[in-house]
Design a protein around this ligand. Structure first.
Ligand SMILES: Cc1cc2nc3c(=O)[nH]c(=O)nc-3n(C[C@H](O)[C@H](O)[C@H](O)COP(=O)(O)OP(=O)(O)OC[C@H]3O[C@@H](n4cnc5c(N)ncnc54)[C@H](O)[C@@H]3O)c2cc1C
Length: 495
C-alpha cells in the first residue's frame, strides 16, 4: 500500500516540533517515546503499521484550534483519531504526521430530554450515550458492533451504522449538530438542537468525511424513546437464495424490521462454536429478524414475517420468548467477527453495498471468487440494507496470502459496483478502498470531490493518503489532462 512520501525535513525537526506542541498542550499531552507511540501504530486494519511522528492529546477545543494553526503554519500533517477501530485504515498514522487523539474529550456535556438530544464530546463511546440515558427510557439508535469501543467522533467521520440502521437510519440520520475545527484553526458550529439548518447541508457533507475536512470537537445526537417491546425470529434456510428472497419478501410486504441480519454457513458454524447461541447447524443461511414497537403490533408482525419465511422455504423458525432469548439470538451475530478470528489466523473484513435483489447472484459469484483465490470466506451482513461484510480468511505468516486476500477483497468490491451497488457501506474508504475509487467514480467526479477537500484544506494536510487515489495538490486541479482515466506519468507520487 502506497502512502504519501514522508517529508524528511519534518521528521528531522521532530524534537523541536514536540517542544513547540508542548507549549500548546502542556502536561502529558504530547507523546514521543517509541514505547508510548506503539499503541497508535495501527487501527482496525491491522495489516498495516507505521509509527506516527508524534501523538498529541489536547483537552480543550482552543488547544485543538491552536495545534491546527501551528501545523498549518509549519506544513505538518494531521491524522485525527478517536478510538482507532476503523476497519478501512482511516486513522492509520503517517511517519511525518501528528496523530491528533480525541480520547480526552470524553464527557457527556448535556442531556436534553425536552429536545430529545444529547450534546457530547467526540471521544465518548457510542455505547456510553445509550448507557447514560437508558434508565430514563431513551437510547441512541446507531449501534455499530464496535459500540463498546468506538467514539462518536469516529462514528460521525465514518457515518457509521449497525443492525438497527435499517429502521432508524445511520449516523447522518441521527445527528443534529457538530462543532468542527478547520485546518485554519477556525471553530465552526454547524447545526444544533434543531432539526434543519439554513443554507447548504454542511452537516451532511461533513458526516462521513473521514477526517479529511476538519476535526469534530462536539456532537449533538438525537435521542429516541426505547421501543416498548422487541422480539426476534431466527429463521434457517436451505439456500442463501431462499434467505435473500425472504428479505425481499419482508420489505415488499411493507414491513421495516428493527434489524434484519443474515449469516452464511461458515459464519453460523463459527459463531455457534464461540457463543452457543442455539443456531441451527444444518442450514445454509440464517436470518435474524427483529420487530420492535408496541406489543400487539410486534406480535402481529412476527406472524406475518413467519408466514413469509415459510412461504420462501424456511426449514426452521424460532421466535424469542424472553429478553434473554432475544439477546442470545443476537449474541452470535454480534460475536461473528471474533468467532472467525478463532478459526482463522487472520481475517480481512470487507464492506460493500448492493441492491438487495442482487444478493443471490453476489453470494454465488463470491463462492466462485473464493475458489479462484484459494481462500475461505464467511458472510455476515445487514441484509435489509444490502450491506455486505464478507470476512476473508487468510494467514499473514504464509507468504503471498495477505496479497491474495487483498485481491479477493478488491474483486468483491468491484462486483458490488458491477451489480449497481457501492464500494462502502459503513466502514468508509480510508486506505483500504482508496485505489478502487476509480471503479466507481470517473476522473471528473474525483476532481469535483477533491475541490471540496481543497476548499477546507488547500494544502492537503488533514489525513492525506486516505480516500482519494490521486491526492494531487489542490493547485494542480483542473490543469492535469487525464486521458481515458489514465494519468500522465502514473508512477509519480501525487499526494
Ligand atoms: C470488531 C469491529 C466491528 C465493527 N463494526 C462496525 C459496525 O457494525 N458498523 C460500523 O459502521 N463500523 C464498524 N466498525 C468500524 C469502526 O468501529 C467505525 O468506523 C467507527 O466509527 C470508528 O470509530 P473510532 O472512534 O474508532 O474512529 P477511528 O478509527 O479513530 O477513526 C476513524 C476515522 O474517523 C476520523 N476521526 C476520528 N475521530 C474524529 C474526529 N473527532 N474528527 C474528525 N475525524 C475523526 C479518523 O481520522 C479516521 O478517518 C467495526 C470495527 C471493529 C474493529
Amino acid at each position: 500500500m502506497e502512502m504519501p512520501a514522508p517529508d524528511k525535513g519534518v521528521i528531522a525537526r521532530r524534537a523541536a516540533i514536540a517542544e513547540e506542541l508542548r507549549a500548546i498542550v502542556p502536561g502529558e499531552g504530547v507523546i514521543v517515546d517509541e514505547d508510548e507511540l506503539r499503541p497508535y501504530e495501527s487501527d482496525g486494519l491491522t495489516a498495516y503499521r507505521t509509527l506516527p511522528l508524534i501523538v498529541c492529546l489536547p483537552e480543550t477545543v482552543e488547544q485543538v484550534a491552536a495545534v491546527m494553526r501551528y501545523c498549518k503554519a509549519h506544513g505538518i500533517k494531521i491524522v485525527p483519531r478517536g478510538a482507532g477501530t476503523s476497519l478501512s485504515g482511516g486513522s492509520l498514522p503517517l511517519a511525518d504526521g501528528i496523530i491528533l487523539g480525541l480520547g480526552k474529550f470524553n464527557r457527556i456535556l448535556e442531556v436534553d430530554y425536552d429536545n430529545r438530544c444529547a450534546r457530547v464530546q467526540p471521544g465518548v463511546t457510542n455505547l456510553a450515550i445509550t448507557t447514560a440515558v437508558q434508565a430514563d427510557g431513551f437510547y441512541y439508535a446507531p449501534d455499530p458492533s464496535s459500540q463498546i469501543a468506538c467514539s462518536i467522533g469516529g462514528n460521525v467521520a465514518e457515518n457509521s451504522g449497525g443492525v438497527h440502521c435499517l429502521k432508524y437510519g445511520l449516523t447522518t440520520n441521527n445527528l443534529l449538530g457538530i462543532e468542527l475545527v478547520t485546518m485554519d484553526g477556525e471553530i465552526l458550529r454547524i447545526g444544533g438542537k434543531h432539526l434543519d439548518s439554513a443554507g447548504y447541508d454542511l452537516l451532511g457533507l461533513l458526516t462521513g468525511s473521514e477526517g479529511l475536512l476538519g476535526v469534530v470537537t462536539e456532537v449533538t445526537v438525537r435521542l429516541l424513546p426505547k421501543p416498548s417491546s422487541a422480539r426476534a425470529l431466527l429463521v434457517g434456510f436451505p439456500t442463501s437464495e431462499a434467505a435473500g428472497d425472504c428479505v425481499a419478501g419482508i420489505i415488499a410486504d411493507g414491513i421495516i424490521p428493527g434489524g434484519m441480519e443474515m449469516m452464511d454457513r461458515p459464519a453460523i458454524k463459527a459463531a455457534e462454536a464461540f457463543v452457543q447461541a442455539g443456531y441451527p447447524l444444518d442450514v445454509e443461511a440464517l436470518l435474524i429478524v427483529e420487530l420492535d414497537g408496541p406489543e400487539a403490533e410486534v406480535d402481529h408482525l412476527i406472524e406475518r414475517v413467519r408466514a413469509i419465511a415459510e412461504e420462501k422455504g424456511a426449514v426452521s423458525v424460532r421466535v424469542s420468548e424472553s429478553e434473554e432469548e432475544r439477546a442470545r439470538f443476537w449474541a452470535g451475530r454480534k460475536a461473528a467477527f471474533p468467532a472467525i478470528g478463532r478459526i482463522s489466523p487472520d481475517y480481512y473484513c470487507m464492506d460493500g453495498t448492493i441492491p438487495r435483489g442482487q444478493l443471490p447472484l453476489v453470494l454465488r459469484r463470491m463462492r466462485e471468487l473464493s475458489e479462484h483465490h484459494g481462500l475461505g470466506v464467511a458472510n455476515v451482513f445487514h441484509a435489509g440494507d444490502g450491506n455486505l461484510h464478507p470476512l476473508i480468511m487468510y494467514d499473514a505468516n504464509k507468504p503471498g496470502e495477505l496479497e491474495r486476500a487483498e485481491e479477493f477483497g478488491g474483486d468483491i468490491l468491484k462486483l458490488c459496483v458491477e451489480v449497481g451497488g457501492v464500494l462502502t457501506g459503513e466502514h468508509g474508504v480510508g486506505v483500504e478502498k482508496r485505489d478502487l475509487m476509480g471503479t466507481m467514480f470517473n476522473a471528473d467526479d474525483l476532481a469535483q470531490q477533491q475541490r471540496v477537500k481543497c476548499a477546507f484544506d488547500p494544502d492537503g494536510l488533514l489525513n492525506p493518503g486516505k480516500v482519494f487515489p490521486i491526492l494531487h495538490r489542490c493547485a494542480e486541479l483542473g490543469r492535469m489532462h487525464i486521458h481515458r482515466g489514465q494519468l500522465p506519468f502514473p508512477d509519480l507520487p501525487r499526494f
